[in-house]
Design a protein around this ligand. Structure first.
Ligand code: URA
Length: 194
């Protein structure tokens, strides 16, 4: 068993917080385990809980479309969430749940060693970039943390609710593409741009 398989298997048995009692599936992550680009959302919703895969509902469809704009897809990047189990009723995850879950993400990040981390939405950016992160002001900016470039996009669910944010997100995606070309040669060589 590889380190990844061991981590995946033990995460799927996790009982570190009460979300284990209401979940149908642990949503560990999907994509290339050697990706240079990692995308991190907030927590699974109903569709993700049912399927055991991140971003498979309506917001996930939009995320796929956003990735396609810059030639990416799920097989080229790695996608996961801050919290691996669905908070009931899709409420925001509690701090206790985020804290209990954080070690899984830390270990995933150690194994992947991404060059770029893209936070999807404020909650992810507040956990990973700055606890006071203001998504309306700071989306699309770069933050350096121990040699890794971090940025944040509006959460795809927020873009479904408020399509007026989409032009800004288009610019942010182009900026991510520029950075991929600059520092992620393996990813740049796999881009599917028409
Ligand atoms: N929203 C998230 O933040 N993550 C998912 O996996 C699905 C919806």
């Amino acid at each position: 068993m590889t380190d990844w398989d061991k981590l995946d298997a033990s995460c799927k048995e996790c009982k570190k917080c009460p979300l284990c009692e209401t979940r149908e599936n642990v949503v560990f992550g999907v994509g290339d385990r050697e990706a240079e680009v990692m995308l991190i959302g907030e927590a699974p919703g109903e569709s993700e809980d049912k399927k055991g895969e991140p971003f498979v509902g309506r917001a996930g469809k939009l995320l796929d479309d956003m990735l396609a704009i810059i030639g990416l897809d799920r097989s080229i990047v790695y996608i996961t969430n801050i919290v691996k189990c669905r908070p009931p009723g899709n409420r925001d995850p509690l701090n206790t749940e985020k804290d209990a879950c954080f070690d899984w993400l830390r270990r995933q990040t150690e194994l992947i060693a991404p060059k770029i981390t893209v936070c999807l939405g404020r909650i992810s950016a507040a956990s990973l970039i700055d606890e006071d992160f203001k998504i309306t002001q700071a989306h699309g900016r770069w933050f350096d943390k121990e040699g890794v470039k971090f940025t944040a996009l509006y959460h795809p669910a927020a873009l479904l609710r408020d399509p007026r944010r989409r032009p800004e997100t288009f610019d942010d995606l182009k900026e991510i593409l520029r950075m991929i070309r600059e520092i992620c040669p393996k990813t740049a060589s796999r881009l599917r741009l028409g």
